[in-house]
Structures are given as structure tokens and as C-alpha cells.
Design a protein around this ligand. Sequence first.
Ligand code: MLT
Length: 327
Amino acid sequence: MRRAVRAAFIGLLSSLLSLGSAAHADKYPSRPITIVVPFAAGGPSDAMARILAERMKASLGEAVLVENVTGAGGSIGVGRAVRATPDGYTISFGHLGTHVCNGAIYRLGYDLVDDLEPVALLPSNPMIVVSKTAVPATTLGELLAWLKARPTPATAGTAGAGSGSHVAGLYFESLTGLKLQYVPYRGTAPALNDLVAGQIDLMIDQTSNSINQVRAGAIRAYAVTDDKRVESAPDIPTADEAGLPGFHMTLWSGLWVPKRTPTEVVIRLNAAVVEALNDSTVRKQLYNLGLQIPDTARLAPEALGAWQKAEIAKWWPLIKAADVKVE
Ligand code: MLT
């Protein structure tokens, strides 16, 4: 009897709770939403988040703010979002590094798949090999020869262990047999500033971060890691063309919310992202940065979930084999 009463009580409680969350989802959003970007302001993640946030605000009717929570290859910012109340007011921005590779590098204290709910896949971009202008090389072949001839490894700026720029560096090292001396920053915005100032030698950066400094002649570009050239920067050869065949890496980004966020809220956020990515002004801004927008079929939350799992299966063995030490 007592067991029956308890079961009835639990049933009533869970109906009340789901009624509560449905009512809450109904009014969503009714206050500002925060996107947690796990890297420094002014970098590629921050830039994309801000372009999207501006347009999502128009769809959602509430301010969409960007908060930069940096450090440890983005794992601190993702942790902040994982632990937030699952009500749709805190969104986790991340990418191949933060939401895939970091799981094989750090003891995160959260699970990248089980503790987050995918919202939408975001644009991707190839990496770009860039150096300070003082490096005496004008082609990728000359850069590789310069790196080989050095008595000590060249310095390469990254956004920390597991970030896109670091994983691209590891990939570059494995293809060339060269060693780099990594210099970790809280994002590739400060790393790029130091590259322009000549404080570090090179970066294997997201194209969207470096492209404007390349256009301005403040740094030198050697190759993009795609099988085709970037449409908005057609002078830069692919790594295949420049003499490093097979150096292909596309850094994709995405949005997630904490697990147990109501499904209606996820759907609403997804619709706002899809609208933003279909907006011609937004598309133009992303295109100028060398970013590629995913096809509509890939924008569903389930598509991001499946893609993230497939990327974990692909990258974790490679990262574990590289035996990355966390600084
Ligand atoms: C950033 O915004 O700084 C980047 O996404 C960092 C990276 O992963 O290389």
C-alpha cells in the first residue's frame, strides 16, 4: 500500500514538473540569453558567436549576450555551461577542439555527450598556415625547409592544449616529422596579436581569424588545409597544391545547451540559428571570413549529436596516440 502511495506521489510530482517546464518553455525566452564562448574576445569563436547572437536576437525577441570564459583549451567555459540551469538561458559555443578533442586530453569532470544537448552545427573553416613576416620563406616548401634547418623548434601560437590551433599543429607535426614549440594563449586573438608583432614564429590558425591580417600584409599565408581554395581568398593555395598533400582539416563549430533543457527550448534555439544562417547579411559576413555554412539537412540538433559522436570516434585515438601533455 505504502509503495502504491509513493508511486502515485512520484507520478504526480513528475507531471507537475513537466507541466512547469512546458509552461516555462511556452514563455521562452523572457530575459536575455548568454552564449558562453570558451576563448578570448576578438578570436574566431567569439567573432562567429557575435555575428549569430546579433541575428538570433531578432528571432528570439530578447538580447543574446556573449560571455568569454577562457582557459584550459576552452574546457573551463564549456564546464560553466554544463553546470548552468538547463533552462535555455545559457548556451555553450564550441568546436571540434572543445567538444571533441578535449575529452581525450583533460579530466573534464563532465561528459561532452551525456551532459550536453546539441542545438545546431555552425559554419566550418579550414586552417591556414601563417607566419610572421620576418620568416624568410614565401612558399610552404620554403617554410618547411626553414623549419627543418633550424637548430631549435619554431614557436607556434595556440589557444591551449586541445584547441583547434593545437590539434592542427599536432597534425602538421605528424605529416612533416617536424617539431614545434607551442605557446598557449587563452584564444587565438591574443596569439595572432603576438604573431603580427613578431613575438612568435607561426600559427596554424582558423582561416577566419587570420584572413584579415593576411589581406593587410601583416602576416604571411602559405596554405589552407582544404581540398579546395577558400572562395573569398583565392590566392592562397591548398596544402595539396603547396606541397603537403593530405593536410586536410576543417574546424567546425556548434551550439549546445545543458542536458535536460526542455525540447521546446532546443527547437526554438535551433530555429533561431537556422534563420540566422539563412540571412543574407549574416551569410556575407561569414563568407568574407572564409567560413562555410552547413547544408540545411545538417542543421538539425540530431545531426550535430551524430556528427559529434562520429568525430569523437575519429579524433580520440589520434589525440591519445599523440600523448598530449596538459600544461
Ligand atoms: C578561438 O576562438 O580562440 C579559437 O577557436 C581557438 C582555437 O581553437 O584555435
